[in-house]
Design a protein around this ligand. Structure first.
Ligand code: GLU
Length: 475
């Protein structure tokens, strides 16, 4: 068997979003599970579309996700260079050979002339096929002239590792441009030359290329190249599932998920499980499990829906699995400003309380502000509470005074607080929804907080009592 060599071949036309990074993940997983080689190749032949900083941000994205490459622009291997604009000499050799052999021809017709031919086909209600309009006496090809492939029409049957057995009639095969007037190859030409030269075993990419497969197969044959394994991954759809996810429709940069505190393990897990499962109900996979279990054959053929809530759920699950020291380290930079006056021990105690509910790190200020800042009493929180608004302030004051009487006696250990809170339910005859909501709002000034006894314990006696006193004064 040929050694496995897979590649990710992005064009530096912008940031990496969920839609395009999957075209890196699959080949990376395949390379890692077979002890193969994963190659990063920059496809920059469409220089008009190039965006500054795109290569850098792509590297950063792959590094963040831990998707390491074995050969690439900054990792010279024996098949370099790995940037297409530096491979011009290779394309020139193959272009010349095809021109000499007569499998490609110079096409110096102007865009207007070509458009006129398209219009003719349209007027005759025929699909336009360039091979039916070959120029009669093309000049001898020279670098700097567009070069067009001279196809040999035929029907194709082929296998796609994701999409299964496919076929197309000869009308899908046509002549197409290999070299442009700017001396650079088209994607259609360059990727086939490079995949061959770099001995790529699996071409894994997005489904948008599948319609061109008959043309590519025809070109492989004209070049006498061995064909690799092909796999075309279905689109990722927006969260309504009705449209391809795209930058234009708000697809976010992967790095912005990093900045919001999505963990790389969770992102990798999420990306891999969008449209793939291992045949069981398992949803949380570690990097090692993904490498061991992933297979192209189990990638679903229909579009996978991008569901940000599922990403958050997965991230939450990864966060819950971390020990307190790891999560503390990760949370640096995400605390509310007010936390800067507090020590590590206190912050870890706070984290221990919110870890259960934290879905991404940027939520930290919202979930923890109540532990760092004493807000003035806001009776609106009481008045807006479904259970509490049934009571007058005077009635609530009685309950809160009663609670205060007991809390003042407490040592504020979780055990003692729990016992006292339960005893208060008995002595007042009130539901937790009433009594605990009241104590919670009084002590936290927040409608939600972690378990009440734990919250009071972390806040500490002095602070909790002071806050409740304040609330009593306002009632
Ligand atoms: N440069 C192409 C793209 O970014 C690569 C497609 C391929 O993997 O062959 O879509």
């Amino acid at each position: 068997m040929k050694p496995v060599r897979t590649r990710y071949a992005p064009s530096p036309t912008g940031f990496q979003h969920v839609g395009n990074i999957r075209a890196a993940l699959y080949p990376w997983l395949i390379a890692r599970q077979t002890n193969g080689v994963f190659i990063l190749r920059i496809e920059d032949t469409d220089q008009a579309r190039e965006v500054e900083g795109a290569v850098e941000s792509m590297r950063e994205t792959l590094n963040w996700l831990g998707m390491d490459w074995d050969e690439g622009p900054d990792m010279p291997g024996e098949f370099g260079p790995y940037i297409q604009s530096e491979r011009k000499a290779n394309y020139a050799i193959w272009a010349q050979r095809m021109a000499d052999e007569g499998t490609a021809y110079a096409d110096v017709r102007t865009p207007q002339q070509l458009q006129a031919l398209r219009d003719t086909a349209k007027a005759q209600k025929k699909p336009f096929l360039a091979r039916e309009y070959r120029p009669e006496n093309p000049p001898k090809w020279e670098p700097g002239m567009p070069l067009r492939f001279k196809s040999t029409p035929q029907a194709y049957h082929w296998h796609d590792a994701i999409m299964g057995d496919l076929s197309a009639g000869e009308e899908a095969v046509d002549d197409f441009i290999l070299m442009k007037a700017d001396g650079l190859p088209t994607y259609n030409f360059a990727h086939i030359i490079d995949d061959n030269d770099m001995q790529i075993s699996h071409v894994i990419r997005g489904i948008e290329y599948i319609a061109s497969m008959p043309k590519y197969l025809n070109l492989y044959e004209a070049l006498h190249f061995e064909k690799p394994i092909f796999a075309h991954a279905p689109h990722i759809m927006n969260d309504q599932g009705n449209k391809k996810l795209s930058k234009r429709d708000g697809a976010k940069s992967l790095l912005s998920y990093r900045d919001e505190g999505i963990l790389p393990e969770a992102m990798l897990n999420f990306l891999a499980s969008m449209g793939w499962n291992d045949g069981t109900e398992q949803e949380i996979f570690s990097r090692e499990e993904l490498i061991a279990k992933f297979s192209l054959e189990r990638v679903q053929r229909s579009g996978a829906r991008f569901d940000e809530q599922r990403l958050h759920w997965m991230n939450g699950s990864w966060i819950r699995g971390l020990d307190i020291n790891s999560i503390y380290t990760l949370c640096q930079g995400y605390w509310p400003d007010t936390a800067k006056h507090y020590d590590e021990m206190y912050k870890k105690a706070v984290l221990g309380l919110v870890q259960e509910r934290l879905k991404f790190l940027a939520e930290l200020p919202e979930l923890t502000a109540l532990f760092f800042e004493d807000l003035p009493t806001d009776l609106n929180l009481i008045d807006a509470n479904k259970q509490l608004k049934k009571f007058s302030h005077a009635e609530l004051k009685v309950y809160l005074e009663h609670a205060m009487g007991s809390l003042e006696q407490s040592d504020f250990s979780v055990e003692d607080l729990t016992t006292r809170l339960n005893a208060l339910l008995e002595s007042t005859g009130q539901k937790p929804g009433v009594l605990f909501s009241l104590i919670r709002i009084a002590s936290t000034q927040a409608p939600f907080s972690p378990a009440l006894a734990d919250t009071l314990h972390v806040l500490g006696k002095e602070r909790s009592i002071a806050r409740i006193t304040n609330c009593l004064e306002s009632l």
